[in-house]
Structure formats: structure tokens, C-alpha cells
Ligand binder design. Sequence first.
Ligand SMILES: [Zn+2]
Length: 80
Amino acid sequence: MRTRAGHLGLTLDQYEEARTLPCEICLAEATAQLPNVPYGDKDSRTFYGTVCSSCVSALGKFRHSPVLLRRAVDFLTRQR
Ligand SMILES: [Zn+2]
């Protein structure tokens, strides 16, 4: 049986350690009640880093697309 850790190319110990790290986007600290989320590309089994549950949800709403996220940043920072 493949684990979530295996999907990201991590050992179980590496996966559990990643859950304790702060979110790399909003810097939210992990807690025992709400650990953070190891995030990456399951197809290539590449671990990108740790994010919180809110940020992983936001990435999902942008379809995990760097193109859409860059457009969102451009939208939010353009002159009005
Ligand atoms: Zn976050």
C-alpha cells in the first residue's frame, strides 16, 4: 500500500517532520491539533514543501496552477 509520504517521495519520518513545519506561504505554525500539509507533485513524487490547510485549499481553488496564481498576483497588485 502506498502512503501519502510515498506519493511525495518522502519516508514516513520525513512526512511526519514536514507536518510540524510552518506554512511556507502564510507562515502559519503547525499545531498538534492541526498539523500542516506536506505538498508536492504526486505524479513525479516531488515534495515541494509544507503549507497550512488554508493555503493548500487556496492552491486547489487556483487549480494548483502557477499561471493562474501569477495572474491573481498581477490582478491584486496592478494600478487602479
Ligand atoms: Zn498557509
